[in-house]
Write a protein of this length. Structure first.
Length: 343
């Protein structure tokens, strides 16, 4: 969505700023911040850690973007620009999906359906990220066993529960939330998974209502003590695909999604009628005894409208819904976030 922000102007720019929590940054600052983050993320390929990001822009054969926008995309987002044949949606979607599949190590293979590409499609902005990390302390597969998982609706299901008793970074009631937090390091220590587990007398829904980006950033940056923890977390795989248009509309005045009000003059000199028609996000996260493998892709389709503590052992048993974050501590960047609410 940052590329859309850079290509926007006026009230469209300010509304996207708010939705991305970048209201205090100028365009120049956003560009430099993005460049520094990409540079840091893409060089962290160490032993047992693989992390990569990629951006690409597809433009319709009958649509022109400004040289400035193309230059900014290449310089600050490491994005190449390719032509999109809107007359052949099937072939074009196959080409896009193949690129995404390669960048996500074949974890995401069908982000774009042919029916989202039409003669009105002006450009498609793509972002892909892939992560694979091995735990600093692996779980013993031989002691993974079936245990109860208590759903929010009161039902109980059996899941594969992994066990580990070690010293971990741990916080009781972080930020005053009725929850516990644990940080699980990967082999490089630069990236970790942070799990936020509501207390038994609280619910995941309450935590989600109370937490916001500022509170989350404070929690993630906060110094954490090492405590002896009896840890139990599910072995799981989550897959998610959703159109986020309504989410962004609920976060802002939705100028960017309005055929008559969107202002993307930074993308094209012929920007009248340009608006965001779809924001498609797909993610896969797999957690097991060895570590974590995760991939995510966001596709933004822009159309042109034809008409307008004490020393003790803590139990951290994830047998109920919880939030998790894969967090790059060097760049203060949340790479992946999600919730595990049912098997």
């Amino acid at each position: 969505m940052s590329l859309c922000l850079i290509g926007s102007d006026g009230t469209t720019f300010t509304s996207l700023q708010r939705s991305l929590n970048l209201s205090n940054y100028t365009k120049s600052q956003i560009l430099n911040l993005n460049k520094q983050t990409l540079k840091s993320l893409n060089i962290q390929n160490e032993k047992n850690i693989s992390l990569s990001t990629a951006n690409r822009i597809y433009i319709s054969h009958n649509f022109n973007i400004t040289k400035k926008f193309s230059t900014l995309a290449k310089q600050y987002f490491e994005s190449d620009v390719l032509n999109l044949n809107t007359n052949n949606p099937v072939e074009s979607s196959m080409s896009i999906n193949q690129w995404v599949s390669n960048k996500t190590h074949h974890k995401i293979n069908n982000i774009i359906n042919p029916n989202v590409i039409s003669s009105e499609t002006s450009l498609i902005l793509l972002n892909a990220i892939y992560f694979k990390g091995i735990w600093k302390f692996k779980f013993d597969k031989s002691i993974t066993k079936k245990e109860n998982f208590y759903l929010s609706n009161g039902k109980v299901e059996k899941i594969d529960m992994m066990h580990l008793n070690k010293k971990f970074k741990f916080i009781y009631m972080p930020g005053g939330l009725k929850a516990d937090l644990i940080e699980l390091a990967y082999s490089s220590d630069k990236i970790s998974m942070v799990i936020l587990l509501p207390h038994e007398n609280n619910s995941l829904e309450n935590i989600q209502k109370e937490i916001n980006l500022n509170i989350l950033n404070q929690i993630l940056k906060k110094d954490k003590n090492f405590e002896q923890v009896n840890l139990k977390i599910p072995r799981f795989k989550l897959e998610f695909k959703r159109d986020l248009e309504n989410f962004f509309k609920s976060q802002t005045e939705a100028k960017a999604f309005s055929k008559s009000e969107a202002n993307f003059s930074g993308i094209s000199t012929n920007s009248k009628g340009l608006f965001i028609s779809d924001v498609i996000h797909q993610a896969v996260v797999e957690v097991n005894e060895e570590g974590t493998e995760a991939a995510a892709t966001t596709a933004i389709i822009i159309q042109k409208s034809i008409a307008p503590s004490q020393q003790q052992v803590f139990n951290f048993v994830c047998n109920r819904p919880f939030l998790f974050y894969i967090y790059d501590k060097m760049t203060n960047t949340i790479l992946f976030s999600g919730k595990y609410s049912k098997p």
